[in-house]
Design a protein around this ligand. Structure first.
Ligand code: GLA
Length: 375
């Protein structure tokens, strides 16, 4: 009898140990966990989807293709979970030609560089161009279109992604070592921490391209979401969205989000919709709250904190209903909004803008936090 009990005990302990080492364990309520599942193959490399769950049940899924955030589940005012970003169910969705940078990491240079040209230390560089003769989001094959190396730091609250962009990649000089850590905090924030080093001077401007719709699939557009951006100025642009160098005041214009207002309120008077960089009111580079979004229907609030000087606010103007996303969602124009924390567009060619050149021996670093709550 005694022997039988101890055999049972051994079996039970072994079973428990097996469950613990199982990477696909189901999240335990009140605890952090990171689970993983296969998400396909790209250029002979495995793509994996990692899901981080925090103790209160907020869930963020990320794939190592493009370091793409594929879903963010947060509670609404009735504690019902909903997915607050646009995306696809499968890797094929993300690989399709019309994928407008859903959820991905953007680099080496987020936003535009005029004609893909810049001069650094008396040398002229030509990047790959992909947007009306300009370079957008790092060129033809930016950091959103490569497979990153993923690792899970201890604590089960984060995912670390690394990538080496080789000297000459898309025309950029220097070997760039990039590291991005996604962390889900206990107070329901997704924190993204970026760093990079180089062996030659090179422009760097990293960001993330999540498309948010706080209704969790209930509202087709974000026109009724209310937005505050703590910025008195924005970077004026030409018809191809290249900065002119001027920084007009937002006061009394449709660009004024210094007090919270509905996104749809003045949108029609902005040609093409909002797709501009706001010059954030801030001193230094500490982590500060710079924007707040509120969706009255769901009660969800998104607060954005960053160390960066600029914010690209984009209202999904190029979405046109042709993309079919996860949960059978159809992505109409203005289905979501992007809040891309960044340095200013075309920084390498605009001497009056904050510096975007990283040099050997220096470390690029940038932290952005998207914090969710309800009211
Ligand atoms: C950024 C740009 C937009 C558009 C989207 C992707 O936000 O500023 O003009 O290119 O990315 O579609």
């Amino acid at each position: 009898m005694k022997k039988q009990i101890s055999l049972w005990l051994i079996a039970a302990v072994a079973l428990l140990a097996a469950c613990n080492s199982n990477q696909n364990k189901t999240p335990e309520a009140g605890k952090y966990s990171v689970t993983e599942k296969s998400f396909g193959v790209f250029e002979n490399q495995d793509v994996t989807q990692y899901t981080i769950t925090n103790p209160s049940g907020m869930q963020v899924s990320i794939i190592n293709y493009g370091g793409t955030v594929t879903s963010i589940l947060t509670p609404d005012k009735d504690k019902k979970m909903g997915d607050v970003i646009l995306g696809f169910d499968s890797l094929a969705g993300y690989l399709q030609k019309g994928n407008p940078y859903f959820g991905c990491l953007v680099g080496r240079y987020g936003n535009r560089i005029a004609k893909g040209k810049f001069t650094l230390e008396k040398q002229n560089y030509q990047l790959t161009v992909n947007d009306h003769g300009n370079t957008l989001h790092g060129g033809l094959k930016g950091l959103d279109k490569v497979v990153w190396k993923a690792s899970k730091p201890s604590g089960d609250s984060s995912l670390k992604l690394t990538y080496t962009s080789k000297d000459g990649d898309q025309g950029f000089p220097g070997n760039l070592e990039v590291e991005v850590t996604y962390t889900v905090t206990s107070d329901n924030a997704l924190e993204i921490s970026y760093s990079a080093t180089t062996d030659k001077p090179t422009p760097v401007n990293l960001t993330n391209h999540c498309y948010f719709n706080l209704s969790g699939g209930k509202e087709a557009t974000i026109l009724d979401h209310e937005l505050m951006i703590n910025a008195d100025k924005f970077t004026a642009v030409d018809s191809l969205l290249i900065p002119t160098g001027l920084l007009p005041d937002v006061k009394g214009t449709p660009m004024d989000f210094t007090s919270s207002k509905k996104i749809g309120k003045d949108l029609d008077s902005v040609k093409g919709g909002y797709d501009h960089n706001w010059v954030l009111n801030r001193k230094g580079n500490t982590l500060e709250q710079i924007a707040t979004v509120y969706d009255a229907g769901s009660g969800r609030v998104l607060e954005v904190f960053t160390t960066e000087p600029g914010l690209q606010f984009y209202t999904g103007n190029f979405l046109d209903g042709t993309l079919h996303g996860k949960n059978n969602w159809v992505y109409a124009q203005h289905a979501a909004l992007c809040l891309e924390t960044q340095h200013f567009p075309d920084g390498p060619n605009q001497t009056s803008f904050p510096n975007t050149i990283l040099r050997p021996g220096e470390k690029y670093s940038h932290v952005t936090r998207y914090k969710f709550s309800t009211k």
